[in-house]
Design a protein around this ligand. Structure first.
Ligand SMILES: Cc1cc2nc3c(=O)[nH]c(=O)nc-3n(C[C@H](O)[C@H](O)[C@H](O)COP(=O)(O)O)c2cc1C
Length: 335
C-alpha cells in the first residue's frame, strides 16, 4: 500500500490532525495527563478514556471533575482532543455530546466496541454493532448535540469471523455523516486477544470515503509499520504498546531511534506521579497509580520484591523515597 508517511497531516471533517499517530481511548487510564504525555511525545490526536453519556447527562460530579476536563497544558501542543462517550440512548447522547463540546472537546468519539459485559448488557459499546439503526441514531444525535465532527470506534464484529462491525462502519458514514472510523479488527468475543484481521481493515480503508484509524496489535514500532503497510490506514492508534512507552510515538514519527535509558524511564514515571498528585491529591493518586508502575518498572532490571513494594505502597511519599533510591542505581548501570 502506498500510504502517506505517518508524519504527514490529515483531516477529520476539515479539522487538521498534524500527524497520523493517535493515542487510543483507554478506560481508567486516558485522562488529561496521559493524553498530555502522548502529546509531549508527538501524538497528533488524543482520545479520552470512555465516559458515560448518562453520567455526563446527570452531571455526575466525579465524571465532570475528573474525566470531562481538558488541561490547559494539553493545548500547548498541536492537534485535536476527542472525548469518547458511550451509551445506548440517542437523547442522552445528544445532551452529553453538547456538554462535552462546552467543555472544549474538538471531536466526539463514540464507543461502539467495548466488549465488557457491564457495558454491553445495557445495549452500549459493542452491543450497538447488533443494533445498527440505534447506532446510526446515536451518531446523528451526537453530531447535532455537539456541532462537532463525530468519529466512531468499533470492532470487526460481535463474533469471530463475523463482519457486522464492518457493515456498521459503512452505514455510520453513509447515514449519519460520521467523519472517521477507528477500526479495531478483532471481534468483541475475543476482547483483546489474538491477531487483528488487517485484511478486513484494508477492505474498509478501500471502501470508506473518510479516514480509517487502525487500532489493534500495534505493540511496537515494526508491528505498527507492518500493520499500516498492510492496511493503508490513514492513521495508527496506539493502545497497550504505548503504556509506559511514550517513546513509541517519537519512534514512529522518526524523532528518535534509541530505546529510552533507565534514567529517562524513571524521570517519566516521576512526571506521571507528579501529574497524578496534581489531579487526584496524594491519597487517591497512591491508589490510582498502582496499575501504572509495572508499565515503567518492568523495563528496568529490578527484583520482584521492589516491584511488589511499589504496587503495595499506600503513600506517594514512600513511592518517591523508593524512586530516589533507584535513581543512582540505574545511573550507575550506565544506561
Ligand atoms: C486497559 C484498556 C482500556 C481500554 N479502554 C478503551 C476505551 O475506553 N474505549 C475504547 O474504545 N477502547 C478501549 N480499549 C481498546 C483499545 O483502545 C484498543 O482498541 C485495543 O487495546 C487494541 O489495541 P492494542 O492491541 O494495540 O492494545 C482499551 C484497551 C485496554 C487494554
Amino acid at each position: 500500500m502506498n500510504a502517506p508517511p505517518l508524519t504527514d497531516p490529515f483531516t477529520i471533517a476539515g479539522l487538521e490532525v498534524p500527524n497520523r499517530v493517535v493515542l487510543a481511548p483507554l478506560a481508567g487510564i486516558g485522562n488529561w495527563f496521559v493524553r498530555l504525555q502522548a502529546k509531549r511525545y508527538g501524538a497528533g490526536l488524543t482520545v479520552s478514556e470512555m465516559i458515560s453519556s448518562f453520567a455526563i447527562h446527570h452531571r455526575n460530579e466525579k465524571t465532570m471533575r475528573d474525566l470531562l476536563m481538558i488541561h490547559d497544558s494539553e493545548r500547548e501542543y498541536p492537534g485535536p482532543i476527542a472525548f469518547q462517550l458511550f451509551g445506548q440512548d440517542p437523547e442522552v447522547m445528544r445532551s452529553a455530546a453538547a456538554t462535552a463540546a462546552e467543555q472544549g472537546a474538538d471531536i466526539i468519539d463514540l464507543n461502539m466496541g467495548c466488549p465488557v459485559p457491564k457495558v454491553m448488557k445495557n445495549g452500549a459499546g459493542a452491543a450497538l454493532i447488533s443494533d445498527p439503526a440505534v447506532a446510526v441514531e446515536i451518531a446523528r444525535a451526537a453530531a447535532e448535540g455537539s456541532g462537532l465532527p463525530v468519529t466512531v470506534k468499533l470492532r470487526s464484529g460481535q463474533k469471530k469471523g463475523e463482519a457486522d462491525g464492518f457493515q456498521l462502519a459503512l452505514r455510520l458514514v453513509d447515514e449519519a455523516g460520521v467523519a472517521a472510523i477507528a477500526f479495531h479488527p478483532r471481534s468483541a468475543q475475543v476482547h483483546h486477544k489474538g491477531s487483528p484481521d488487517y485484511e478486513l481493515a484494508a477492505k474498509l480503508v478501500d471502501q470508506l470515503p473518510v479516514p480509517v484509524i487502525l487500532s489493534g496489535g500495534m505493540s511496537d514500532h515494526d508491528a505498527t509499520l507492518a500493520a499500516r503497510e498492510q492496511t493503508g490506514a490513514a492513521a495508527v492508534m496506539l493502545a497497550r504498546g504505548g503504556l509506559g512507552n511514550p517513546w513509541l510515538f517519537e519512534h514512529l514519527l522518526g524523532l528518535r531511534d534509541e530505546a529510552p535509558t533507565q534514567t529517562e524511564i524513571l524521570a517519566e514515571l516521576e512526571w506521571i506521579i507528579d501529574r497524578a498528585v496534581e489531579h487526584l491529591g496524594d491519597e487517591r493518586a497512591a491508589r490510582y497509580l498502582r496499575t501504572f508502575y509495572p508499565w515503567y518498572l518492568d523495563q528496568l532490571e529490578l527484583d520482584k520484591a521492589t516491584l511488589v513494594a511499589f504496587q503495595q505502597s499506600e503513600s506517594i511519599g514512600k513511592v518517591r523515597e523508593m524512586l530516589a533510591e533507584l535513581g543512582p542505581l540505574t545511573a550507575a548501570a550506565g544506561h
